[in-house]
Design a protein around this ligand. Structure first.
Ligand code: UT7
Length: 334
């Protein structure tokens, strides 16, 4: 099903502080060589004391509204994807709504690293009802706040950041019109335990014991996630391409979730996609979960790597396990 929505504007927000592999060598038992060869990551950004998921989301959201040439009053709905909420209650979108000065509905989407793609499809589907013209979609994360600084298996992978866009509905439904052509949303809930933060929710509320047991930090079975991630990306991409009636050769730019260069390379090899058409920025930002796809996509757009009319494929996977992909025909900025 084609939905005529375009990216009217976008913006990103990154903390100033860079955490390099050399910094991590001084923090845990690791080496730059191990991190680069196993993940491709060289540095990541870390939120400062006055920054959080909401402040990054507000900054990215305001930049996107400005880039679209709009004001907060023009936004009809806020959809915010995050796996690192500002608080348990209320939703992070409420706090971002306040910070930007919006006057519309707002809700969070938590599909971990698939969050931006889930949020994009949700926003597009709601816009397709005709009720919303301009939707602000934000992917924002402060992952370093839930990473154990002593766990070398995770501390090297994750970073903080946010990226936002204003999605706008239009009326052009001709074959070359910009919009979303096809998508796939998936989940294998039976694998929820391979990537989770055990404490702080209703199952295991915060207590002195959960803190002592480091239960508020992310736990990951890396190899299991890795294996499933490659399968998930390949599977979801195949479904979306088939649904759109195109092949990998028709795709101009692939923007995968930026988790690990080896996962990306294994996936594109399986569906025969060239590396030079694949956007990779994980070397500079690490895995920023919900922010990773939009950070990569909007950076590529700013660099002129994505042009009007291009077929852009996004694909994410993450805790849950969730996965999601969408095929987008890029449109000129409104
Ligand atoms: O958005 C989804 C989020 N998660 C992911 O995408 C993660 C997916 N998984 C991965 O990317 C990879 O599994 C990792 C990068 C996490 C790990 O790579 P790997 O090739 O699967 O390594 P491994 O877990 O099999 O560990 C190999 C060795 C182990 O030592 P032993 O048991 O062989 O002695 C680890 O203890 O590497 C050790 N190790 C490290 N060594 C140096 C684990 N982390 C580190 C480290 N530095 N940072």
């Amino acid at each position: 099903m084609f939905i005529p929505v375009t990216f009217a504007g976008w913006g990103i927000a990154l903390p100033e502080r860079r955490l390099t592999n050399a910094d991590l060598e001084a923090q845990v038992d690791t080496t730059d060589e191990w991190i680069v060869s196993r993940s491709g990551i060289r540095e990541r950004r870390v939120a400062g004391p006055d920054e959080s998921t909401a402040t990054l989301g507000i900054d990215a959201g305001m930049a996107a509204i400005k880039h679209a040439g709009l004001t907060p009053d023009d936004i009809d709905l806020l959809v915010l994807a995050t796996a690192t909420p500002e608080m348990v209650v209320p939703s992070t979108s409420s706090i971002v709504h306040d910070g930007i000065g919006l006057r519309c509905g707002a809700f969070d989407v938590n599909a971990a690293c698939s969050g931006f793609a889930y949020g994009y499809v949700t926003a597009a589907a709601l816009m397709n009802t005709g009720m919303y013209r301009s939707v602000l979609l934000i992917g924002a994360e402060a992952l370093t706040r839930i990473i154990d600084p002593q766990d070398r298996a995770t501390v090297v992978l994750f970073g903080d950041g946010a990226a936002a866009c204003v999605l706008q509905r239009h009326d052009d439904t001709s074959p070359s019109a910009p919009g979303v052509l096809a998508w796939d949303l998936g989940c294998d809930g039976s694998a929820w335990s391979i990537l989770n933060v055990p404490a702080g929710g209703t199952r295991l509320p915060a207590s002195a014991e959960t803190v002592a047991n480091r239960g508020h930090y992310l736990k990951m079975e890396g190899q299991e996630v890795y294996k499933r991630a490659v399968r998930a990306v390949v599977g979801t991409v195949e479904k979306t391409l088939a649904q759109a009636g195109v092949t990998a050769a028709d795709v101009d730019v692939f923007v995968p979730h930026q988790a690990n260069i080896r996962i990306i390379e294994a996936a594109i090899k399986r569906f025969g996609f060239p590396t030079n058409k694949t956007v990779i920025n994980l070397d500079r930002f690490g895995n920023t979960s919900s922010a990773s796809i939009p950070l990569a996509m909007f950076e590529a757009a700013d660099q002129g790597r994505i042009k009007p009319g291009d077929l852009v494929l996004i694909a994410g996977f993450g805790a849950g396990m969730t996965w999601a992909s969408a095929l987008i025909r890029w449109g000129a900025k409104a």
